[in-house]
Design a protein around this ligand. Structure first.
Ligand SMILES: *Cc1c(COP(=O)(O)O)cnc(C)c1O
Length: 453
């Protein structure tokens, strides 16, 4: 299994060729078979003597891969599409083959340094100071958890006398589900849900007046507020400046969840939307969403890296040699220890193409999203529900109820036209298109709208 035999070489070449074809050829949207159907086609694959690489490769090509949807298809609009650049996807395979332990400087210095250059670029986009630093974690959920744990640790260390410090966090109704789950179920922290404005945004005004209304005792429990830069459902950006004002007044940690929308910092025309982000204490953006990287990757950046280290460094005798390193260990900056160098695919592609190409790709998706919004406005059957800040379109088909949306959505995938899933806005069913793929065209959107007539 570990010897590079001629047979192993053949397998490596076959897999490289399959990788090449996956990236070179048009992909299908894919299907969603049942477990029963898959069990029938796959048979028993885990056996004492193995089924052999040839058969396993066939199973991959004929059964497994086609039974997974393609979030990188230009007509995949559900949830968050994923559209890695060719370079980043190909490099991901090489990272896997390179056996890099990227948790500690001692073992992965080169990879970590390259990742740190990308993190510095992201910190600069957000306007963070030189004290900033961070790491790449597996996804937005882990990024949010790591940031909130650092926030609580920092609040508790700053105020050891107050037993209530570090007990509650303010969020809004459009905050991502991961945050409420992490606070309540993982951290055991109270969630204070601030009512949003009419576009679903958390504003400084609402945050100030709502936390005033809950009384001084409850307010004293608050140690952080989470603002969203690009809500998942509607793509709206919270009033970061106003929220930062309130956070500063009360000494709360400001975490900005830009898992999806953080990438919009690249677009000069959106500059006003992000004003205030430079005052955040922590910030995340997922390369596997709108920064064209492969799964799974989240860039987590702290304004003051040392506060994160104080919260996350693990102690164990066998880890002591790692702590002696001259540079910060990524394992000390998040809720992880062993770590794949999951920032490297983005590093390679960004280094090769340059940041202007990334800016252009973001602007292309914004352009298509705006044209899509115009088409919806002009369509007598459709109604835009939220003016888009970024590249998510939320709209309804007049006269349709949730069963109409579901039937239409299933038919669209069955016909391999597109993958679009229904959602809700203010309790009513509607449709959401997340436009993150720079190869998606206005014609692709038109095809969706026409199928709703
Ligand atoms: C997708 C998303 C998350 C969760 O990120 P994962 O990478 O799926 O863990 C968190 N917040 C926002 C705003 C998101 O869009």
């Amino acid at each position: 299994m570990h010897e590079y035999t001629p047979a192993a070489d053949q397998v490596v070449r076959t897999l490289a060729d399959l990788t090449r074809r996956r990236l070179a050829e048009p992909r299908s949207l894919g299907r969603i078979p049942s477990a029963t159907e898959l069990q029938q086609s796959l048979g028993s694959t885990i056996t004492p003597d193995g089924v052999g690489a040839h058969h396993a490769t066939e199973l991959w090509s004929e059964v497994i891969a086609p039974a997974c949807l393609s979030p990188d298809h230009p007509r995949f609009f559900a949830f968050m599409p994923n559209c890695p650049t060719i370079y980043s996807a190909a490099f991901d395979g090489l990272v896997g083959a390179s056996s890099i332990y990227a948790g500690a400087w001692l073992e992965g210095a080169g990879a970590i340094h390259a990742e740190n250059q990308v993190l510095r670029w992201i910190a600069d986009l957000a306007g963070f100071p030189a004290s900033a630093g961070g790491t790449f974690v597996s996804g937005g959920t882990t990024g949010n958890l790591s940031a909130l744990v650092a926030a609580r640790h920092s609040a508790r260390s700053a105020d050891e006398r107050r037993s209530t410090a570090g007990a509650a966090v303010c969020i809004s109704e459009s905050t991502h589900s991961s945050i409420r789950y992490l606070l309540e179920s993982v951290m055991g922290v109270d969630v204070i849900t601030v009512p949003p404005d009419d576009r679903g945004r958390l504003t400084g005004k609402q945050l100030g007046s709502y936390t005033q209304s809950i009384g001084p005792d409850k307010r004293a429990e608050i140690f952080a507020v989470v603002a969203t830069a690009g809500s998942t459902n509607a793509g709206t950006v919270d009033d970061l400046e106003g929220v930062a004002d309130v956070a500063e007044e009360f000494g709360w940690w400001l975490h900005v969840d830009g898992a999806y929308g953080g990438a919009g910092l690249l677009a000069p025309e959106l500059e006003d939307l992000y004003r205030g982000i430079e005052r955040a204490d922590s910030f995340i953006v997922d390369p596997h969403k709108w920064l064209f990287g492969p799964y799974d990757s989240c860039a987590l950046v702290y304004r003051d890296r040392e506060l994160a280290q104080a919260a996350h460094a693990q102690n164990a005798a066998y880890l002591d040699p790692l702590a002696d390193a001259s540079e910060v260990n990524p394992s000390d900056l998040g809720t992880h220890l062993t770590r794949r160098a999951r920032g490297l695919p983005l590093w390679f592609s960004l280094a090769a193409h340059g940041t202007n190409a990334y800016r252009a790709a973001i602007e292309q998706t914004l352009l298509v999203a705006r044209a899509g919004a115009d088409l919806i406005r002009a369509d007598e059957h459709l109604k835009l529900l939220v003016e888009p800040d970024l590249s998510v379109l939320l709209f309804e088909r007049t006269g349709w109820d949730s069963s109409d949306y579901s039937a239409w959505s299933s038919q669209l995938l069955r016909d391999q036209v597109a993958f679009v899933t229904p959602t809700q806005h203010k309790g009513e069913p509607c449709i959401r298109l997340a436009i993150l793929n720079p190869t998606t065209t206005v014609d692709d959107l038109l095809a969706i709208f026409e199928s709703m007539h």
